[in-house]
Design a protein around this ligand. Structure first.
Ligand code: PGA
Length: 248
């Protein structure tokens, strides 16, 4: 499976900074030639159109960090899937733990968002992850299974769905699970996906949470880890590119 390296820029970077970072990523991907991994950048909504122009003709994909599940209508301050698609997005992150925790987003809402993304031909990146309390109470697999069954879109395959396992306690903390803990969760996600669909073998399962240039090679080589969702380290070109090259 071709690994996916996805940059989640969160609510960072002014437009000129975002454009410069996207240009650098785009240029390196082109210069590198026939790379055997996919690269995705997810800027904030406000920079998407500008980054789409910067990445025109580039193999680097563009994504958003959130979407409203509804079609056009009276939803002040919201952005829908069709708008994102027209602005050049092919991926949208949904159910990120920061959305779940800070905006009360549920599994059900995550599923509706994923379905709206898939219905118009984009790919949903559905995020899952346990809290520290859940891990300490040995409820990690139970939590992941519940989030997965509640958040999965009704029709999915390797083209329209990516899963990102991101332990809440690992995000932005510098902490990561050990390799066998990562392997255990990814293998559970893989077997659950196979239960829900006959077409799930090539759904990529990313690991996210404090991936950096020092740990990426080992984490990204764990079985059933098909790439990474990178937050903080994706804001620095050299760090992000080192992480990308570590899958080779
Ligand atoms: P981090 O964030 O790499 O800064 O831990 C990952 C994420 O939240 O997607």
């Amino acid at each position: 499976m071709k690994p996916l390296l996805a940059a989640n820029w969160k609510m960072n970077l002014l437009r000129s900074e975002a454009e410069a970072l996207a240009a650098e990523v785009g240029q390196h991907v082109v210069e590198y030639g026939d790379i055997n991994f996919d690269v995705l950048v997810c800027p904030s909504f406000i920079h998407i159109a500008a980054i789409n122009e910067i990445l025109a003709g580039s193999p680097v994909a563009l994504g958003a960090q959130n979407v409203n599940q509804n079609g056009f209508g009276a939803h002040t301050g919201e952005v829908n899937s069709e708008m994102l698609k027209q602005s050049g997005c092919s991926y949208v992150i949904v159910g990120h733990s920061e959305r779940r925790a800070n905006h009360s987003e549920t599994d059900e809402l995550t599923r509706l968002k994923a379905e709206s993304i898939i219905s118009i031909g984009m790919t949903a990146i559905v995020c899952l992850g346990e809290t520290l309390a859940e891990r300490e109470e040995k409820k990690t697999l139970q939590c992941i299974s519940k989030q997965l069954s509640g958040s999965l879109p009704s029709q999915f395959n390797g083209q329209n769905l990516v899963i990102a396992y991101e332990p809440v306690w690992a995000i932005g903390s510098g902490l990561t699970p050990n390799l066998s803990q990562i392997e255990e969760v990814h293998s559970e996600i893989r077997s659950q996906l196979n239960k829900y669909s006959n077409d799930a073998n090539d759904v990529r399962i990313l690991y996210g949470g404090s991936v950096n240039p020092a740990n990426s090679k080992t984490i990204l080589s764990v079985k059933n880890v098909d790439g990474g969702l990178i937050g903080g380290a994706s804001l620095n070109f050299n760090d992000f590119w080192t992480i990308c090259l570590s899958v080779l």
